[in-house]
Design a protein around this ligand. Structure first.
Ligand code: IMP
Ligand code: MG
Length: 186
């Protein structure tokens, strides 16, 4: 049985994702042209697939670094508890930083990250997210680049997981409600 059987439907097809990622790269190149070299901060784990595709479409000079944040204990609802599991390797003081995130849901994770990174005094701080669920927002965060606004449904694929599964799907899909309810998250 394939993991694909756990999906209700495809929300964003592979070609639509690839096209939008290419557009985002152009937007970033244009808007942040004066900020080279950029430091792209990839928020693990969900954003690593997006980052990998995005940087191969970008022309602006950049480096990448990684940060892992935990906002979800288990399951599909935000616990509201945010902590750093892995911190950046680099000192970002005076650097032009672009945060690369997979999805903004309540906004808690990004609010925490931006407040945390600002205390390190970067020269500039911008945010790029592949997906956003505006109807779920609890904390307002100003996002500079958004791939797609999506409805309030739990999605997986293209780096996004449920209980660590489905990250490898090349599209964004909606998980069957029965799977979210019955699977035991790790
Ligand atoms: P927030 O702190 O509520 O904005 O949640 C952001 C994080 O929750 C994202 O970085 C994801 O890791 C995770 N998340 C939120 N919605 C989804 C979803 O629909 N699928 C998979 N992960 C999600
Ligand atoms: Mg994430």
């Amino acid at each position: 049985m394939s993991w694909r059987d756990d999906l209700e439907r495809v929300l964003i097809a592979e070609n639509a994702l690839q096209q939008r990622v290419a557009e985002l790269a152009v937007e970033i190149d244009q808007k942040l042209a004066g900020n080279e070299p950029l430091l792209l901060v990839c928020v693990l784990k969900g954003a690593f697939v997006f980052l990998a595709d995005l940087i191969r479409r970008m022309e602006a000079r950049h480096e990448v670094d990684f940060m892992e944040i935990s906002s979800y204990g288990t399951g599909t609802a935000s616990s509201g508890v945010v902590r750093i599991l892995l911190d950046l390797e680099r000192n970002i003081e005076g650097r032009h930083v672009l945060i690369v995130e997979d999805i903004i849901d309540s906004g808690r994770t990004l609010d925490y990250i931006t407040r945390n990174l600002r205390t390190r005094q970067p020269a500039s701080l911008h945010i790029c997210t592949l997906l956003s669920k505006p109807s779920r927002r609890e904390i307002d965060v100003s996002v500079d680049f958004i791939g797609f606004e999506i409805p309030d449904e739990f999605v997986v694929g293209y780096g996004l997981d449920f209980a660590e599964a489905y990250r490898n799907l090349p599209f964004i899909g909606v998980l069957k409600a029965a799977v979210c309810q019955t699977s035991k998250p790790v």
